[in-house]
Design a protein around this ligand. Structure first.
Ligand code: CIR
Length: 256
């Protein structure tokens, strides 16, 4: 069984952190409706939703991916790089404790889950404004005797590593080469996003399906041409908060 942890959209979403996206007014009701459709998509794909209530004082709290990394054996709570997001961790930790032993990144380390791309037993971690060298070193240390390798990857011009690269299939990645070097992933088959859609590299793989935003039809066509099964969701209001599809859930396997 797949579990998907989500959190309802905060009424304060308009006060979100923004790094590379210009601030625009956000229609919170519309963002919530889109988020509901996203949740339904996860259910259709076989996930059981565990949904936390909205946090009116935590604008970015819908983006639960950033506060934890959930592996088969263990979960690691992050220490988000943005101060305004640190208080998001505790409530997600409570949920995860029901499913995994829980470890944590400690000060002065910072790490955002959006920077962590797991492929098999390797965790690629973005060296971004949110995830510092200390946070990455702590993650390596925490996971070394559990058989995971942690590899830092420089990013540029984007919020997180998974803004620039996500997994499509066992040996295939979707990548935005302006934001991360393709050479870092030389062992993989790489499909590049359509250059007209710079934000298109963030897709959420659940089983054999790729969930992706409706706003990237050209990149979607590349994936369809390569034989992938794609499910489209409209997340345009969440994109105004610099969010995308991986960031709105923590998906992991659990026993019935
Ligand atoms: C932030 O800047 O932290 C939020 N406005 C967006 C976080 C998106 N997270 C993600 O893609 N993993």
């Amino acid at each position: 069984m797949w579990i998907a942890v989500t959190r309802e959209v905060s009424s304060a979403l308009g006060d979100c952190e923004l790094s590379y996206v210009p601030r625009e007014a956000i229609d919170v009701a519309r963002a919530s409706a889109q988020h509901r459709d996203y949740q339904r998509a996860l259910e259709i794909l076989g996930c059981r939703l565990l949904t936390l209530p909205a946090e009116p004082d935590l604008p970015d709290s819908v983006f639960v991916e950033d506060v934890a990394i959930v592996l088969d054996e263990v979960a690691v709570l992050t220490r988000p790089g943005a101060l305004s997001r640190r208080a998001e961790v505790a409530s997600v930790a409570e949920v995860l404790r029901g499913y995994r032993p829980v470890l944590a990144i400690a000060a002065p380390g910072t790490l955002d889950g959006g920077d962590v791309l797991r492929v098999g037993r390797t965790l690629y971690v973005g060296e971004s404004a949110r995830s510092n060298a200390e946070g990455i070193a702590q993650l390596r240390e925490l996971l070394a005797d559990r058989g995971y390798a942690v590899q830092g990857v420089p990013t540029r011009g984007c919020l997180h590593l998974k803004s620039a690269v996500t997994q499509l299939g066992d040996d295939t990645l979707l990548l935005q080469s302006e934001w991360v070097d393709r050479d870092r992933f030389a062992d993989f088959r790489v499909i590049e996003i359509d250059p007209a859609e710079p934000h298109a590299a963030n897709v959420l793989r659940i089983g054999d399906t790729l969930v992706m935003p409706a706003s990237f039809p050209r990149t979607r066509q590349r994936l369809l041409d390569a034989g992938f099964h794609v499910m489209v969701v409209d997340v345009s209001e969440l994109q105004k908060a610099e969010g995308a599809v991986t960031c709105c859930s923590l998906v992991f396997r659990a026993d019935e």
